[in-house]
Design a protein around this ligand. Structure first.
Ligand SMILES: C[C@@]1(CC(=O)O)C2=NC(=C\c3[nH]c(c(CCC(=O)O)c3CC(=O)O)Cc3[nH]c(c(CC(=O)O)c3CCC(=O)O)/C=C3\N/C(=C\2)[C@@H](CCC(=O)O)[C@]3(C)CC(=O)O)/[C@H]1CCC(=O)O
Ligand SMILES: NC(=O)c1ccc[n+]([C@@H]2O[C@H](COP(=O)([O-])OP(=O)(O)OC[C@H]3O[C@@H](n4cnc5c(N)ncnc54)[C@H](O)[C@@H]3O)[C@@H](O)[C@H]2O)c1
Length: 215
């Protein structure tokens, strides 16, 4: 059994190459687009949505089958054709180049896998079964999504802003830690859910820090 390690990537301006333009490629491109990655698809055919995305200039399309050498300049590669032997060749080239590669079909050459995931603003929840049962990863992720509703977007955004104020105002490490911990104890979620939350302004935040930094 492979022991996978979870990470979250920043792909801004990175060159992402997808080989294959079907249903799985479509899912990958949909999740890559908002990241600011430079997306290049190599495939003789694309789904209608991918064609539309290409026509809008959001992706680059090489309209033919994969050829060795296509991965030059790639930072990350997705081998997502319906031909396992082509996916193997793509993964082998990526490995030679030292580039991370994901294989949609079963493959020992894959260096990472794509989890099931959902977002609430800056919150990302990702679930993986290490490739053991992708359908179950989706089920579990859907179940968690019902527990963490839209209110988490505003909640996490508030925490992020409050942390910035604390980092600006409090230099002492143990005071900071106490404040970060205290922040998580306030019941802001209920107020957000009830539509009664108004984020504290800078002055209110500083009063709050004064009140809690001594413990
Ligand atoms: C999570 C998700 C993310 C995504 O793709 O976006 C994802 N698969 C999803 C769904 C899904 N995939 C499959 C079914 C049918 C039911 C079933 O088989 O269980 C369903 C269910 C459905 O479609 O509802 C079939 C399937 N998948 C793979 C194979 C090949 C093999 O097993 O060898 C086959 C058999 C093909 C065949 O032979 O027929 C392989 C992979 N699928 C992965 C990810 C990676 C492992 C993730 C993990 O385990 O953590 C990995 C290794 C490849 C990779 O890294 O890309 C996405 C949910 C999207 C969402 O959340 O909306
Ligand atoms: N990760 C997942 O969620 C998941 C789910 C189902 C299936 N799969 C696996 O992923 C593979 C792809 O699934 P799909 O539903 O996207 O298939 P699909 O049939 O919708 O798309 C395959 C794409 O590959 C292209 N292609 C074929 N040969 C090529 C080549 N030599 N060079 C470049 N492009 C080529 C085709 O033109 C097509 O665009 C499946 O074979 C299966 O093994 C993965």
């Amino acid at each position: 059994m492979t022991y996978y390690v979870p990470i979250i990537l920043d792909l801004r301006d990175r060159c992402c190459v997808l080989v294959g333009g079907g249903a799985v490629a479509e899912r990958r491109v949909a999740s890559l687009l908002p990241s600011g990655a430079r997306i290049k698809v190599i495939s003789p055919r694309l789904t209608p949505w991918l064609i539309q995305t290409w026509e809008q200039g959001q992706i680059n399309w090489t309209r033919r089958c994969y050829q060795k050498g296509d991965l030059q300049g790639a930072w990350i590669v997705y081998a997502v054709t319906d031909q396992p032997e082509v996916n193997d060749e793509v993964a082998a080239e990526a490995r030679e180049l030292g580039v991370m590669v994901n294989q949609a079909s079963e493959g020992r050459l894959s260096s990472f896998i794509t989890p099931s995931s959902f977002r609430r603003g800056e919150l990302i929840v990702a679930v993986s079964t290490s490739g053991a049962a992708p359908g179950a990863a989706k089920q579990i992720c859907d179940e968690i999504a019902t527990r963490f509703g839209d209110e988490y977007e505003e909640y996490i955004h508030f925490l992020s802003q409050a942390r910035s104020v604390i980092k600006d105002q409090v230099q002492d490490a143990s005071r900071r830690r106490r404040l970060f911990k205290k922040l998580l104890e306030i019941d802001i979620l209920r107020a957000i859910q009830a539509g009664k939350f108004s984020p504290p302004d800078g002055e209110e935040m500083i009063c709050w820090i004064d009140q809690y930094q001594e413990g």
